[in-house]
Design a protein around this ligand. Structure first.
Ligand code: NAP
Length: 293
């Protein structure tokens, strides 16, 4: 079994015989999806190998056709193929319609079905980690104009959060998003800048703070938020999972707030994809161990 396969391997069918699931991306060698899905498949005695498939931009359409021919059950799709995956599908779910892109493909009865489990995965992660309901919650989202941030903002509005503050370094990236959310959902949407004062004021009116910026991935990164504004009642979620404890989460813990990192989002989106393909419920704690051990 190779660490990463390519379009040539698909064309020549030089894949493991039981390779029927994959994660497609470029690059994709860092993806932890194979570890967690393989552990869940093995535990349920499902004889399928989950592989990494590195596809260059433009190779996705051919890859889908080849995968259907080889009897693949489906795949996860990551950067930069999420939009192309949607465009190459016959049937798209409500989640894909709302979020605009697909992360899960199911090859079924000759058709390509597209879904997006990122949004629902995040909601499950927040609700389980914080033992709370997103419906009716007041939330501050940092980095709302990024790829993950837009999806998170849309899903929070979709499931009925009450008040949603959207912040982004480049404020203009929020214009279309805030308009779309205000037009389609009942949540009260407030666009703010990312100055310490604006963030601090917004934090006073919310329970949940979510970081969807990439700040915190590198040790030298500035904090995405004025840390002294975190209060014990805050629930602080960082979409980053590597490192597992960012400066934001450390400061939140010190302030007495509840915290969680993006690992739960990754695992829950994976578990929902797994259910779509296999109609079986995977063992979440096993998937967690498979990634972290
Ligand atoms: P992205 O599209 O590149 O967006 C990056 C975001 O970070 C943008 O909002 C960007 O603001 C902001 N940002 C970057 N540098 C900044 C700085 N110096 N100061 C202030 N803001 C800054 O990336 P992405 O795909 O959305 O990913 C964002 C984060 O989410 C990453 O840390 C990623 O690991 C995490 N993530 C986690 C999961 C999971 O399953 N847990 C899934 C997806 C992503 P501008 O718009 O102004 O550039």
């Amino acid at each position: 079994m190779k660490h990463v396969y390519t379009i040539s391997d698909l064309r020549e069918n030089s894949l493991p015989e039981n390779a029927k699931l994959a994660v497609l991306g470029y690059p994709v060698s860092h993806s932890a999806s194979p570890q967690m899905h393989q552990a869940a498949l093995d535990a349920l005695n499902i004889d399928i190998s989950y592989i990494r498939l590195e596809l260059k931009p433009g190779e996705l359409t051919e890859a889908f056709t080849l995968m259907q021919g080889l009897g693949f059950l489906g795949c996860n799709v990551t950067i930069p193929h999420k939009l192309e995956a949607r465009e190459n599908s016959h049937v798209i779910s409500d989640s894909v319609k709302a979020l605009g892109v697909a992360n899960t493909i199911h090859f079924k009865d000759g058709k390509i079905l597209a879904d997006n489990t990122d949004g629902p995965g995040l909601i499950q992660a927040l609700e389980e980690d914080f033992k709370t309901s997103i419906k009716g919650s007041d939330i501050l989202l940092l980095g709302a104009g990024g790829g993950a941030g837009k999806a998170i903002a849309t899903q929070l509005a979709r499931v009925g959060c009450h008040k949603l503050y959207l912040s982004n370094r480049t404020a203009s990236k929020l214009d279309d998003l805030s308009q779309k959310l205000s037009d389609n959902y009942a949540a009260s949407i407030h666009t703010i800048g990312n100055s310490a004062e604006e963030l601090s004021n917004a934090a006073k009116g919310v329970t949940i703070i979510i970081n969807a910026t990439s700040l915190g991935m590198k040790p030298e990164d500035a904090a995405p938020f004025p840390l002294e504004s975190i209060c014990p009642h805050h629930l602080v979620y960082d979409a980053i999972y590597s490192p597992p404890k960012t400066e934001l989460l450390r400061a939140a813990e010190s302030a007495g707030a509840k915290t969680s990192n993006g690992l739960s989002m990754l695992i829950h989106q994976g578990a929902i994809s797994f259910q779509i393909w296999t109609e079986r419920t995977p063992d979440i704690s096993l998937m967690h161990r498979a990634i972290t051990s």
